[in-house]
Design a protein around this ligand. Structure first.
Ligand SMILES: *Cc1c(COP(=O)(O)O)cnc(C)c1O
Length: 366
């Protein structure tokens, strides 16, 4: 049996006709930027997340960049201010901070959840700390009450990088509604995906959202007035039309991924493998299903020989990447040791029952 890590064609098969119709309607209409579909999606997604407003942008990285940029324009953040983020995330989380002249401060992760916790954040707080970029890694929201309390106590901004956590729920609140503002990506592999690049910011702060909308549209504030040195970052009509269709199925896609995760949890029983810690399934939408084992690379080769493709998210902590070389002397024990042990298994919604059974069987026999 051959099982690719992700089969996007098969993933979108159930929605393909509806997607094609939606795209075709945009093509026929001839209005491609800042039209009705984007406005509709923004409204739908704000309601879905339970926030006052949503702004469509061109990518997840832009969503993050524009949040920080807007806080700088508002005078809430100043260049040089420190933002604490996990070292074991996708590079975009850090780039969004440094791109704005802010200082990314890398923190370690909790060994069970792989996310930041108050214990891993606290050692990095200085008198220049102004915010926390909370990444819901692999799709899981954790420790939010404690981190919200810490942020409030210290007057920190709490920004969510929710690029992997569309629809994750923590105590009745969705990812995207847990902090001051949140960034989403709709990159084709994400749980809520379009057919190219796309992103959005969600927030209850209408002033912030208006500013982000302006900054993403060349800094325009009225038809002929440019008040900021903005950029071009907009969610186009075709992607928005696709997202209006796909949003209807997000909860069912998440449910199937959670079900697949439960199947893994029930049946994987190899002592050499550590399973993800997920006490509340609702709070984890399994963008990735990440296990740990010794000698990770030979484990991956073993699976590959049996036709099972796996990946690593992420093989290197960001503070060891050349681009953040100045941070290299920092030792973040947990994140670094985990980066050598983690493997992501196929978890997509269109995986077939016998494919999951096969993966389980092969891993148990390792
Ligand atoms: C995908 C991702 C991003 C970036 O999103 P793009 O749309 O690819 O720019 C940022 N942060 C995390 C955690 C992601 O997984």
């Amino acid at each position: 049996m051959k099982i690719p890590f992700l089969n996007i064609q098969r993933e979108q098969l159930p929605y393909l006709n509806e997607i094609k119709e939606a795209v075709s309607a945009v093509v026929d209409k001839g209005w491609y930027i800042q039209g009705e579909r984007c406005a509709e999606f923004e409204q739908l997604y704000a309601t879905y997340c339970g926030v006052k407003t949503c702004v469509g942008v061109a990518s997840g990285l832009d969503a993050l960049r524009l949040i920080f940029r807007a806080y700088i324009e508002m005078g809430v953040l100043l260049p040089g201010d420190e933002i604490i983020l996990p070292a074991n995330t996708f590079i975009a989380s850090a780039l969004a901070i440094s791109d704005n002249g802010l200082t990314p401060v890398f923190a370690d992760c909790d060994p069970n959840t792989y996310n930041l916790s108050v214990a891993t954040i606290t050692p990095h707080i200085t008198d220049k700390t102004r915010g926390i970029l909370l990444v819901h890694l692999y799709g899981q929201v954790t420790a939010i009450n404690e981190i919200q309390a810490l942020s409030k106590e210290n007057n920190f901004l709490l920004i969510e990088d929710a690029a992997q956590a569309h629809g994750a729920i923590f105590e009745n609140t969705k990812a995207g509604a847990l902090g001051d503002a949140a960034a989403f990506s709709f990159y084709p592999t994400k749980n809520l995906a379009c057919l190219g690049d796309g992103g959005a910011v969600t927030s209850n702060n209408l002033e912030l959202a208006t500013l982000i909308r302006s900054l993403g549209n060349y800094g325009v504030t009225s038809p002929t007035r440019y008040s900021y040195k903005g950029i071009n970052s907009r969610l186009d009509e075709m992607q928005a039309a696709v997202l209006c269709v796909k949003l209807k199925y997000l909860d069912s896609i998440n449910k199937i991924k959670q079900l697949n995760a439960k199947k893994y949890k029930l049946a994987l029983n190899n002592e050499k493998i550590t399973l993800p810690c997920c006490p509340i399934y609702e709070s984890h939408v399994f963008y990735q299903y990440v296990i740990q084992c010794d000698k990770r690379d030979s484990f991956m080769s073993y699976l590959f020989e049996k036709g099972i493709e796996t990946q690593v998210h992420y093989p290197n902590v960001i503070n060891k990447q050349p681009v953040y070389e100045e941070k290299q002397n920092k030792i973040l024990t947990t994140a670094e040791s985990i980066s050598e042990r983690i493997v992501s298994l196929p978890i997509y919604a269109s995986l077939l029952e016998d494919e999951i059974t096969y993966i389980i069987d092969i891993i148990n026999r390792y």
